[in-house]
Design a protein around this ligand. Structure first.
Ligand code: GDP
Length: 478
């Protein structure tokens, strides 16, 4: 029918609409019902896939076996604050001077590559140069997983701390294999055995105890153990991952860092995943588009091309992409621009719809009844660990029928952060804050994503609300 027909039907359904207005999901469902057909609603990711298909770009296209070549593993370093993530990243990089361009001035572009001899071969490794799980989760929330292996750093003089556990949870949730770097072994009071012991409580068991996780003692200060750590990463990657990509095809990658530079305009660091990016290529990343004007590698040198697992800083985009945006090569710049513009329009619509779609405690029962969710996923943040534990214990004790599952997917001490909200976005969770507030970024992000954050000052307040939410979904007994 014509737009006018649709408006008429909508009007009968009790919805005021104009022909140019975008509709929410429920309205679409009602409309489809009225017209007598079943509607399959698509997620933003699928929507983007469909958009790209109209430009003959297929993100799921598989490469032929014979076109695949080895690529370096991509590694993220995570762990508790002050346990030595930054210093370890520096040690890994500087220990490697001489392996590549000796004396080259290192440049921070968001990632770097090093070379390690392994079983008689020179192997390269790519490190994401922003430590911590915030970037990792932010990217994951956007559907981008650029990490093959996570190094979890634990200071041997401090042991496992809240953010160590967060880091573990994030790696586990993303199904990324881990290697534990037991750092600061040069320090007095370092107790690497204790770290191994503590980790078993989180089901991370060292090979020395018959588990399958490699632990390596290191000192980021002296450089001791760093080579062994790189070897452990390579062994872990080789054991469980297929590190191959096709370098001879149109480029796919992920923007891992981007900014506006006064002189150079938009600069974005891309980690190429397949294909080979060259100066002059037409590209689109999210809603940014353009041609590669120049590329700089991690040594600050101008380069003409970059293959799989190689990070390069790219100039020439029309605007600044977001970390996690997929980076695509297109046939020409017109195509790149059209894709970017279509995405911008879709994004505007999606934002409106999204806020209505997320899980909240009130609508949990409805969502469950409709089969949209099976578990109530919770993230708990509190001011002190005792309170967090008490709350968690009480919540897990709430009696519910077997069809209903309550899961605490993450807990921690401190304010509700953007990273908590990102995790809630990925795993469709409700966030509980006990005696804490969200920081500004978290609040903004939660609003944008429609994440339900609840704040309580008394434990019973939280328990009551959750219990009511769960009780509502108990099937009535006859
Ligand atoms: P991050 O917060 O995890 O990035 O930690 P940093 O890399 O900033 O390190 C925190 C502090 O620990 C700094 O003062 C470092 O110099 C120190 N540090 C890091 N690694 C080592 C180490 O292996 N040995 C010693 N003695 N100090 C270290």
């Amino acid at each position: 029918g014509s737009p006018a027909d649709l408006v008429t039907i909508l009007f009968h359904l009790g919805e005021m609409a104009t022909a140019t207005q975008s509709l929410d999901e429920t309205t679409f469902e009602l409309l489809a019902d009225e017209l007598g057909y079943k509607l399959d609603l698509v997620s933003p990711e699928e929507e983007d896939k469909e958009l790209l298909e109209t430009f003959d770009i297929d993100l799921d296209e598989e490469d032929d076996e014979e076109d695949l070549e080895y690529r370096s593993p991509v590694i993220t370093v995570m762990g508790h604050v002050d346990h030595g993530k930054t210093r370890l990243l520096d040690a890994i990089r500087s220990g490697n001077v001489g392996a590549g361009e000796a004396g080259g001035i290192t440049q921070h572009i968001g990632a770097y590559q090093v070379v390690q001899e392994h079983e008689g071969e020179d192997r390269s490794l790519t490190f994401i140069d922003t430590p911590g799980h915030e970037a990792f989760t932010a990217m994951r929330a956007r559907g981008a997983l650029v990490t093959d292996v996570a190094i979890i750093v634990v200071a041997a003089d401090d042991g496992i701390m809240p953010q160590t556990i967060e880091a573990l949870n994030h790696a586990k949730a993303a199904d990324v294999p881990i290697v534990v770097a037991v750092n600061k072994i040069d320090k007095e009071g370092a107790n690497p055995a204790k770290v191994r012991q503590q980790m078993t409580e989180y089901e991370v068991v060292t090979e020395e105890y018959g588990g399958d996780t490699m632990f390596v003692d290191v000192s980021a200060r002296t450089g001791e153990g760093v080579a062994a750590l790189l070897e452990a990463v390579l062994l872990t990657a080789d054991a469980g991952l297929d590190l191959r990509a096709n370098p001879n095809r149109e480029v796919r990658g992920i923007a891992i860092e981007a900014k506006l530079d006064k002189g150079r305009g938009s600069v974005a660091t891309v980690l190429v995943q397949s294909g080979t990016l060259r100066v002059g290529d037409a590209i689109v990343a999210g809603t940014a588009y353009g041609r590669v004007r120049a590329m700089i590698n991690d040594a600050g040198e101008r380069v003409e091309e970059a293959g799989p697992s190689t990070p390069v800083q790219v100039q020439g985009l029309s605007s600044v992409p977001r970390a996690g945006d997929v980076f695509l090569q297109t046939e020409d710049d017109r195509t790149a621009r059209q894709i970017a513009e279509k995405r911008e329009a879709l994004e505007r619509n999606a934002m409106l719809a999204k806020a209505r779609k997320r899980l909240s405690l009130e609508d949990f029962k409805t969502a469950l009844d409709e089969g949209k969710v099976e578990t109530l996923n919770l993230i708990i943040k509190g001011d002190v660990s005792g309170a967090v534990e008490a709350l968690e214990e009480s919540l897990l004790k709430i009696e519910v029928d077997d069809s209903v599952d309550l899961r605490i997917i993450h807990r921690g001490v401190g304010a509700v952060t953007e990273s908590d909200v990102n995790l809630a976005t990925v795993d469709n969770a409700v966030v509980i804050g006990f005696n804490v507030r969200p920081d500004t970024k978290a609040r903004e992000r939660a609003q944008r994503e429609g994440i339900d954050i609840r704040f309580y000052n008394v434990i019973y307040g939280a328990i009551d609300d959750i219990e009511n939410s769960l009780k509502g979904m108990l099937k009535p007994e006859y």
